[in-house]
Design a protein around this ligand. Sequence first.
Ligand SMILES: [Mn+2]
Length: 325
Amino acid sequence: MKEVIDAIKKSKRFLITAHVKLEGDALGSQLAMKELLIGMGKEAFILDSDPVPEHYKFLPKADEVSDKFDKIGIFDAAIVLDCPTLDRTGRVRDVIKAKAVSVINIDHHVSNEKFGDVNWVEPNASSAGEMVFRLFKEARVLMTKEVALSLYIAILTDTGSFNYDNTSSITHEIAGELLGYGLDPALVSESVYERRSVKDINLLGLVLATIRVNKKGTIAYLEVTKDMLDKTGADLAKSEGLINFARSIDGVKVAVLFKEDQEDKNKINISFRSKGNGNVVDVNRIASLFGGGGHTKASGCVVTGSLEDVKKKVLAKIEEVLKRC
Ligand SMILES: [Mn+2]
């Protein structure tokens, strides 16, 4: 962490980015990071491959997150948040390569490839937001209520509302301190989780009808097709929690969500979740067999092929892994 602070002190102009398909942690950690840099007397600019999803636009200063690639100058350093690989930054990757002198990599994914000039990787941190919180402390920059809200949302969403096992007593301590800035946890939770549209609920209905389990009841899977999205008009960005329905089935060790890409039906986005104590299946390893990665209990990858073919291939691989557990 000290290395990160030193690297920041040495530079003046920063590019901040995170992974494609922005969610709570990516957004919250970036917005807070920008305020940290400003607090340290620096210039900072947030650039992401994808736009801010509609349901996260209420975040403080979310309108300062840009996805416009014209008129971009030169940066002393790029700060990459919540990305296990540089490729996860999507279109921003080429900007970093062309316009940033150095790269500071701040992440909590166990699969992180240490692609930066400075790498701060903490697989035990609940979220990138938690790591930015620690930077505020280390740099002795004062936090505002707005920063506290961004960081709280980063932690809240990445821990599944403090349900996943990346939640520790430290996570709760930090969350408690953030609430101390005058946040109302019920109100925050409502603004994050209770802003679904009827379209989203219609999509949920279609997706839930696709849940299947294997013979032993250890693998549960479900799917989102392009047809379902077209039919309901729902926003794919809000499908974040769908996989938890599969995971919540008693006896299930691995849950899988297959999503057809909205632009290209032959690109299947796959999410994995596992659960249990001790003998838990390492889904980071399963995802890495298909060129993806993530955490032990939550990971993802993208596989090319038709939905049916990809399903067959991936489910067979999971069966194989489960046999060895
Ligand atoms: Mn994260």
